[in-house]
Design a protein around this ligand. Sequence first.
Ligand SMILES: Nc1ncnc2c1ncn2[C@@H]1O[C@H](COP(=O)(O)OP(=O)(O)OP(=O)(O)O)[C@@H](O)[C@H]1O
Length: 589
Amino acid sequence: MSNWLSAARLVIGVAIRSDPRRAILVMVLIPFFNIVAAGQALGLRQMVDGAVAHDLGAALTGGLVLIAVTVFVFQASAVATDLRRFLQQKVGLEFDRRLMDLCSGPAHIDHYHDPGFLDDAELVRQRRTEFGGAFAALVENCGMLARFLTAVLVIALVNPLLALLPLCILPLALATRRQASLIAAAEKAGAGADRERKALLDLATDPSAAPEVRLYRLGEVIAHRHREAFASSARGRDAAHARGTWAVTGGWLLFCAALIGGLSLVTWSVVAHRASAGEAVLVLLLGTRLVGATTGLSWLIGWLRRSLDTVVLYRRLAARATGRPSGTDRELPEHGDVVFDRVVFRYPGEGSQALGPIDLRLPAGSTVAVVGDNGAGKSTLVALLAGLYAPSEGRITVGGKDLAELAPEVWRAASTAVFQDYCRFELLAAESVGVGRLSAIEDRDAIGAAVASAGAADMVASLPEGLDTRLGGTYPDGTDLSSGQWQKLALARGRMPLAPGLIMLDEPTASLDPDSEAEVLRALMRTRANGGPAPITVVVSHRLTSVRAADIIVVLHEGGLVEHGSHAELMALGGRYARMYTLHAASYT
Ligand SMILES: Nc1ncnc2c1ncn2[C@@H]1O[C@H](COP(=O)(O)OP(=O)(O)OP(=O)(O)O)[C@@H](O)[C@H]1O
């Protein structure tokens, strides 16, 4: 309950912050016109009693009240519905923005390894339209509750016994609540299957998977698994719905019986001259309205519950995504050595060690090649250097300062990276490069220089509109690129930052042709960032012949550091690197 109250507070707060005037107007107007609506029954009572008593004035006044209230309620409800929809949209947009911040905000990316976070994130993504709906459900519930209570109050004025009617609604309300919680629990249990269904749908519709899906004739298998995943989550939801339906039906039968009893009581009072004909009409009208309000409330409460559950889920997601606290120190020692001090790393939720213990010094201005077999820990080492994860044990220092103490944005501004899984930004070519330094996204000279230094100038010149070409197959006028061309743009993006202290390149040339690869790697090994002091350049590569010029070659094996030194030193050592290099060179010869 307290979760729902906090969720409701959050939603109302967001609505008021988004548009204070309209939010307050809607929250007052909807309950107000629902209360005023009871005036229709009072007007009708006076009209009937006036007519029965042959009192034209009283009958006309009653008729006028009835018409005036009807017109007001009609108009006010139209205005309130428009306003409510507008606010619903605004609240939804605000939560979308918060959701984006929440996923991309934390400095580390540990939360993407938490299955609980992924399940909640999937549910929240599926149900994100319910954030705006939560606001709408709150005000509509208030309105319907106001209508219900006013009807009960006015009926009770005719016969206090009739005030007991709402008590008969309690079982129905409880049954509806139970049904909703059964469905919510089933949805939570089926979130894993829903995630699988979405992944399968993505796989079947993703153009990059299309060739292999055809080659291995996976279409039918994917469709079959998709059906199974859907059936597995739908089974739970349907069963929960069916289990709750019996109790809801029982609740309805009880309430209808109570209402029929109430109407009989009033009819008997009229026959016995203890109530007027107008009062009988009033009870009949408001009694039917009670039925409508109860139906409306049971549906609206379900809507409110479901949408508030989504907000509760969002709050839990927000708590999960906060991750570990980031450093706050904003002073980064200029171009110092980077030192791994007994660094051990385990991926979140994994028992086994992916890396370490590693003791390693990367001197300022050096070029470092990281080599090793698949799964040796090369990308993990780069991810730790980039500050995407914090070491599980030990520390990484920069110029003697612990990376964990540095404010993440300070370290990000001082480093740049090209990752193995580079991002394909479907923007203008210039923007796709320029996002590497947002402050220079309009600076064509800086972008041109970055493109040239990544060896991508010819490729960009061959695009239909050069740097102004819209990239990506999702746009009708977009130009799609080959993997190698996308990678060249990623390389150029990594060349945008001004005088970075650290450049990380994780297999930056894996998609390039041999000529481009050799040329780019040679250029990267001699890198001098835009005239500033030499940065530390860390290159992960399987192309040993191209990285042999590195000052230090770090050899990883099964997460451990097995050798490091210059090419000559390692060859003289005759160990793992020497064997790998000899094999590699021989295969090229
Ligand atoms: N996201 C992840 N979650 C859990 N374990 C991971 C994750 N990424 C990598 N690992 C594990 O960490 C270890 C090191 O992986 P890493 O990707 O760093 O190797 P690599 O040397 O870069 O391999 P490759 O040459 O294939 O790119 C491997 O045992 C791998 O299974």
